[in-house]
Design a protein around this ligand. Sequence first.
Ligand code: PMP
Length: 288
Amino acid sequence: MKVYIDGKYYDEHKACVSVFDHGLLYGDGIFEGIRAYNGRIFKLKEHIDRLFCSAKAILLDLPLSHAEFMQATVAACRKNQIRDGYIRLVVTRGVGTLGLNPLKCKRPVVIIIAGKIQVYPPELYARGMDIITVPTTRNLHSALNPAIKSLNYLNNILAKIEANNSGVEEAVMLNAEGYVAEGTADNLFIVKGDALLTPPLAAGALYGITRQTVMELAGTAGLRVGEPNLTRYDLFNADECFLTGSGAEIMPVVKIDGRMIGNGKPGRWTRRLVADYRNLTNSTGEPI
Ligand code: PMP
């Protein structure tokens, strides 16, 4: 694999950043996780749009234009002969001093890794996941806004550790008020009657690109789509539940905190949305 760093390609074992990079020292940077399917990069423009929003929120001057980021991402896929894969686009604050002042970082570092991903085993998609709510709450907007896709994922990692410690694959994170926010790296949806519901972004969810896509597909499929605050009670009494993310795609959830969801199998709307999502990913996107 050849990794792009600041306009040059390096063999994967020689692709290095400085130990003084503030991305490493402080998690000071932003990223995107993007999928390629069937020779096309899915929702590339939307991912680069979000990268620019994250950059603006943390006052990071991106060294490439929107068009240059799109071109560089396509080129990294070509270079690695990726037709189906996963692209990790990272921008760090760059090399600075041991102090945290970002003004000491003269130039951001851009990294593009075009490789493969299998977040969960295929059997899990067929069976559905058993998940739990965890004690670690999602970051407050007023502290570190969950809408910023920053390199600082310790909040999510702590939640994931709590899920691991309980012997389940994934955690539902609540916000400080006790409303459902999202999974550790995925948005969360429930189906109740003819409604597809997902927490509002203000509850502490990322502006998920898969989330947006699934909401559009659900509207076309005839579901009523809403974004109300959700409690654990709403999850327990849902007909169906699933998680969405570029990496995980659509993962059915069949148990939450020991309560079976619906009949304990991936629901019919979930399966319909998985099929519609698959059709869309295979037929649209930026050609590589
Ligand atoms: N929430 C978090 C915390 C994430 O890191 C991600 C991305 N993996 C998502 C939600 C899903 O976002 P997207 O659909 O844009 O990948």
